[in-house]
Write a protein that binds this ligand. Structure first.
Ligand SMILES: Nc1nc2c(ncn2[C@@H]2O[C@H](COP(=O)(O)OP(=O)(O)OP(=O)(O)O)[C@@H](O)[C@H]2O)c(=O)[nH]1
Ligand SMILES: [Mg+2]
Length: 464
């Protein structure tokens, strides 16, 4: 446990701005109880001491003992609190004005305004939670999908930390062996059986870190969803597909090429994965300026896409324009969609399917909905590369910060692996192992630099 730090007392409104049934002010720090005594008049007049974690009914009052609101107050004695400091919470009516007037008294009584995330930062600094759990609090507050909530809750319970701790233990053990070899250089060869260290490194460090990096990609899919962009020549049926997936007539559909002038974005869910669906203006050689702008935007969307649905018109066949467009698409993750299969026969289709060798494809009729189900499954299979079903809980998923650290760490570990093979001196090995270990410590917050901490906690709202 970390050494208790001498701190001041902070306070903030912990509930969101706006009108609510109740609003909560949170106070944390050594003066919390004295502040409570100064601004709270309990209903039980002869109350002498506040018992910890009990709710008391009474009034919030100012210096002149004027009543500001009728409230409930709770005093929570350290260390069994969110911050491990003394904490007081005041539950008033949810009016922003009332909350501000009580908060003003709290400041007057000696607290200072809390910075964004400062309560959670104190929990972290007090050693109550590690950094991955603190980050989970942000994720939980910002989660947009139920899958995102599940992930955040898992991380809050320490799933990521517990996935990392066996890796850390192995690295520490390897480092210990190497350091013994440094201390007894003459016995180096016997103590440091480099060959036997490699399987440990590969199986118990490199493999789990690779798996975690894989999960990071899936975590992003769950938290933020994926961008799927429909592109194709004019009139192939892109807007019809968007409407079909949405089950509503969202985009205008006509038999006039160039109907869609701008990109249209909508959201659907495929097996719980949020999919941002983008219908674009048909891309072709053009003269109309407005259309040209739409096409330019379509190209831009193409570059932001996680997955491109490249649509062709099975009846019209594959033209030179299709091939030109496909050259833009084929660098991206994509599926070829043969649309309007209701208008062609099997033989014709099989002929078409040879046009883009090696490409994954789906047959579709946006008009009759034939193949729509298969297309959704194909999209899902493309974006969810994890064996586990996403509806099931992923054990954990590193975020962008963790991912960067883990990638660097993986590289270091692969270097170490090669170094073991090359009979590198023990002291150089020790340096590399320490670097890998430092990376892990950065993730859980043991050695995280102050500026990184600042950045993480500044993403919180005030009062959390
Ligand atoms: N028979 C048949 N017609 C289709 C199918 N899908 C689309 N269409 C027709 O094709 C025409 C063009 O459809 P849209 O969805 O507007 O095509 P688009 O690719 O969005 O066209 P632009 O926005 O102009 O680029 C319309 O008349 C649709 O009714 C299909 O599967 N079968
Ligand atoms: Mg369209």
């Amino acid at each position: 446990m970390a050494v208790p730090r001498k701190t001041d007392t902070i306070a903030a409104v912990a509930t969101p701005a706006g009108i609510g049934g109740i609003g909560i002010i949170r106070i944390s720090g050594p003066d919390a109880l004295s502040i409570l005594r100064r601004i709270f008049r309990p209903h039980r007049i002869n109350l002498k001491t506040y018992r910890s974690h009990r709710l008391y009914y009474g009034s919030a009052v100012n210096r002149d003992q004027n009543i500001l609101d009728e409230i409930l107050a709770v005093y929570m004695r350290a260390p069994a609190t969110y911050t491990r400091e003394d904490v007081v919470e005041l539950h008033s009516h949810g009016s922003w004005l009332v909350l501000q007037s009580i908060l003003a008294e709290v400041f007057d009584a000696g607290a200072r305004p809390a910075e964004p995330g400062e309560f959670t930062k104190r929990a972290f600094l007090a050693g109550r939670i590690d950094l991955t759990r603190a980050e989970a609090v942000i994720d939980l507050l910002q989660a947009k999908t139920t899958g995102g909530v599940r992930l955040a809750v898992g991380q809050l319970q320490g799933n990521l930390e517990s996935a990392l701790s066996p890796v850390r233990d192995v690295l520490i053990r390897l480092l210990a062996v190497v350091e013994v070899a440094i201390d007894f250089p003459d016995d180096d060869v016997e103590i440091l059986d480099r060959e036997s260290l490699r399987p440990q490194l590969q199986e118990r460090v490199i493999a789990p870190v690779e798996e975690l990096l894989h999960l990071a990609g899936q975590g992003k899919v769950i938290r933020e969803g994926v961008h799927v962009v429909i592109v194709g020549r004019p009139n192939v049926g892109k807007s019809s597909l968007l409407n079909g997936l949405l089950r509503e007539e969202r985009a205008l559909v006509t038999n006039i090429p160039g109907t869609t002038r701008d990109t249209i974005e909508e959201m659907i869910a495929i097996h719980g994965v949020p999919v941002h669906l983008v219908d674009t203006a048909g891309i072709h050689a053009h003269e109309d300026l407005v259309e040209a702008l739409g096409i330019e935007r379509a190209r831009k969307k193409l570059h932001e896409a996680d997955l491109v649905l490249f649509m062709v018109d099975a009846q019209a066949g594959i033209t030179e324009q299709d091939h030109e467009l496909y050259r833009l698409v084929c660098e991206r993750d994509h599926l070829v969609v043969y649309n309007k299969i209701d208008l062609v026969d099997e033989e014709h289709l099989q002929g078409l399917e040879k046009m883009f060798p090696g490409a994954e494809f789906v047959r579709l009729s946006a008009r009759t909905r034939e193949g729509l189900e298969e297309l959704q499954e194909a999209i899902y299979a493309k974006v969810v590369t994890c064996e586990r079903e996403l509806e099931e809980q992923l054990p954990c998923a590193p975020n962008v910060r963790h991912k960067a650290i883990l990638s660097a760490m993986l590289e270091t570990c692969r270097r170490i692996d090669q170094a073991l093979l090359a009979q590198i001196p023990a002291d150089l090995l020790a340096v590399e192992l320490q670097t890998a270990l430092d990376g892990l410590m950065d993730i859980t917050g043991v050695t995280t630099p102050e500026d990184v901490l600042e950045k993480i906690f500044s993403e919180f709202c005030i009062g959390k």
